[in-house]
Design a binder for this molecule. Structure first.
Ligand code: ZN
Length: 469
């Protein structure tokens, strides 16, 4: 592909050159030793963590007094549909399962505008930052006829502006209703158009370097909305261009029945038949997998985005997270789209993961340590990154600090790290850093005005839902 003017990560002039996190109550490093360090300093130069230790002899442009703070690596969100922040909590589908939920919401989503895509991305990414997430993927697959083709470009602009490390997926739907698929025909695209746009986005935005702020992945929507040809072509392109590729899989029993009826195969076998197994690939949900399929994913290092809230909301099931994790499947956490969550609260997702598996797999199956590992290192592995997900010298300074000196944590200091999952009514971090820049300061986004963004999103959301009535 021609090397065009690729837009690489840039240093933001608002960033302090040096920063010191001083005397943190506890630092959970999530390094290979999984160390928990009390009374610890972290010294940061530019985008990079330089030193971690107690009483560091350094001076810095800015010092954060972290004596009451639990410090964790910024969490990594491995599945989202940011545009859905405009259609949270739609009454007609509050109690619908996936296929009916989709069929109803397509009628609203088909009217999405470029401004809606941009504003909804700022909303969802802003919420993620506020709750301690510093890297997010997104899966955008909705390209209604009559709208410009640069909708993902708008999301990328939104991510740059809020300061999120971003892994947008060039989603796609090519199997409309008239061909036996689920989506209406006016939101699907032809395959050559999709593949050409994938190449354009990669050429323009994909930065494979260390500390990259933007990496594109290829993301056909699901087995019931794209053709086998598109899946095969996407897999080939991902391997050729060294990209990640992502889709929904094994989310519901309806999907399993669809695959058995249409392809004569279970969902994972179908994906294997179109060459979608191996390190480049990760699946959202992976709820309905048998032991043999889990083994296959582990052996091939095919990843999973575990989205417990969405799976409960839609009644899809409880994914076999403890089994996947123990078998060695790369697993990250995902909040999923806000029409099925209905928030982008990363800490709440981790808490949901901590609690839900205790029902099916026992109270000892899922600990705070394993959940936070999945939310940080697990997500980094799923997205193919070794420069984020832990607090150690040489890694990107993506860090979240949660202040325990609050009423909702009073009495929970016996185990400060576990406190942020077991306790806490509000999930706002006090500070969040991405590439060494403070993007949440005192529990507020530093780069956008939350009130005006909220007003703008509410107006667009009302117009969008009213247009479908
Ligand atoms: Zn999804």
């Amino acid at each position: 592909m021609p090397a065009k003017k690729r837009q690489k990560s840039t240093t933001d002039p608002r960033r302090n050159k040096t920063l010191l996190i001083k005397n943190a109550l506890l630092v959970a490093t999530m390094d290979d030793q999984r160390r928990r360090l009390p009374n610890t300093d972290i010294y940061i130069e530019g985008p990079r963590i330089k030193q971690v230790g107690s009483r560091l002899k350094v001076t810095a442009d800015r010092v954060l007094d972290a004596r009451d703070c639990v410090v964790i690596p910024g969490m990594v969100n491995t599945h989202h549909h940011l545009y859905q922040t405009l259609t949270r909590n739609v009454p007609a589908v509050q109690s619908a399962e996936l296929f009916d939920w989709l069929i109803h919401l397509y009628q609203i989503w088909r009217n999405i505008t470029p401004e809606g895509v941009y504003v909804s991305a700022q909303v969802g990414l802003g919420e993620l930052l506020l709750t301690g997430c510093t890297t997010s993927s997104d899966h955008f697959y909705l390209f209604p006829k009559g709208q410009p083709g640069d909708l993902i470009d708008r999301e990328i602009r939104a991510a740059r502006e809020v300061g999120m490390r971003f892994h947008p997926g060039r989603g796609s739907m090519s199997l409309g209703k008239s061909k036996g698929g689920l989506p209406p025909d006016d939101v699907v695209q032809k395959e050559d158009v999709i593949l050409k746009d994938c190449e354009r986005l990669v050429s323009r935005y994909h930065d494979a370097e260390r500390f990259s702020m933007c990496q594109i992945n290829l993301a056909p929507c699901s087995p019931f909305s794209v053709t086998a040809e598109l899946l095969k072509e996407s897999a080939g392109m991902a391997r050729r261009l060294k990209l990640k590729a992502h889709t929904h899989l094994a989310e519901t029993m309806d999907e399993e029945r669809f695959c058995l009826e249409r392809f004569g195969k279970r969902p994972l076998d179908y994906m294997a038949s179109v060459d979608w197994i191996g390190r480049p690939f990760w699946y959202a949900h992976a709820v309905h997998l048998n032991d043999e399929e889990i083994k296959k994913m582990a052996e091939t290092k095919t990843g999973a985005a575990h989205c417990p809230t969405s799976n409960l909301r839609l009644g899809s099931g409880i994914a076999p997270y403890p089994k996947m994790r123990d078998a060695g499947v790369p697993v990250g956490l995902g909040v999923d789209g806000s029409a099925s969550n209905d928030s982008s609260d990363m800490l709440a997702e981790a808490r949901m993961c901590l609690l839900v598996h205790r029902i099916r797999s026992g109270v000892k199956s899922t600990t705070t340590d394993s959940v936070l590992w999945t939310a940080t290192r697990g997500g980094a592995e799923v997205l193919g990154r070794d420069d984020i997900g832990s607090i150690e010298p040489g890694k990107a300074a993506d860090i979240a600090l949660f202040d325990l000196n609050r009423l909702d944590y009073a009495g929970a200091w016996h185990d400060p790290l576990a406190a942020i999952l077991f306790a806490g009514a509000g999930h706002r971090a006090r500070w969040v850093l991405v590439n060494g820049e403070i993007v949440v300061d005192g529990g507020r986004l530093t780069r956008v005005d939350e009130e005006s963004l909220t007003r703008r999103a509410n107006k667009i959301s009302r117009d969008l839902v009213n247009a479908a009535c």
